[in-house]
Write a protein of this length. Sequence first.
Length: 330
Amino acid sequence: MLTEQTYTSRSGQPLVSFIVPCYNLSADMLHACLQSILALSLRPYEREIIIVDDGSDTPVLQSLASYANEIIYVRQPNGGISAARNLGLRIATAEYVQFVDGDDYLLRSGYEHVLDKVRFGHPDMVLFDFTSQADDLEEYTDEPPISGRELMRNSNIHGTACCYLLRKNILGNLRFTPGIDYGEDEEFTAQLLLRTDSLVRTTAKAYFYRMRADSAIHKSSARSKIKRLNDGLTVISRLYTFSATLPPEERPALRRRVHQLTMDYIYNVILLTRNRHYLDRKIKVLSKMGLYPLPKYDYTRKYVWFRRLANTSLGLSMLMRAIPLLKKER
């Protein structure tokens, strides 16, 4: 339900709608996010900034008076990141959409490169990189345009929804699944790529991910860990079920992603619980779904190595000992 709105008068369609969900964020973080968007070379009528306040204890509108002419502000009862982004998508009117979490911000040099890709090439999507380090001015490498299906069939992907600029009209009825707080990006992004005919991937670091100890992904309570694992399994199940409905030529692309997510899921069960009995129960669940043993594909050396270990009881015991000792991956 929309409770408050502030619209800026524009002529024509904006180029980019920036959808910024926020929940109980400090004003400084949100202001840094907004400033990073306003600092871009987009003229006022080329941008649309949609702030979705996901039921913050204190409405963030109170700290945004100085941005009243630059933003669209909406507030909803707390429903999670998926519901907040979906609300933003309903409002967005621009040709392209960019998701930006309110505690993160865009890096001007890298993001200007992304904007150039859509201004002069008009692809369906531009995939870019993120960083948690200070911005640098390194040279960027761009890959030739391909389809999202081809990308998923031949490469690993990062599912993070904030790391691509997408043409809104390719979405159709695709939305984030409400209630999934961990892994919602993976389900959305994999299905989005199947709809993408023209995609450009660049090494430009255009997004600053702020490492926060109190963010959802870093919560360490037992309940949060189990929620994360349950959501991950739900996403895998939904994508695997969806893959069965695809034409034969598209199915391998999504199945590869499902197999990689299954590998990640087994890794996370070990890392987050360190409990062999819990692991064995989840292995049985994966087996009933038809996802275990991990299928014999040579996607990457990491996948081959992990598959060989994870598919035997002895190998799982070795992983149980080794994974907690490894540095947590990006």
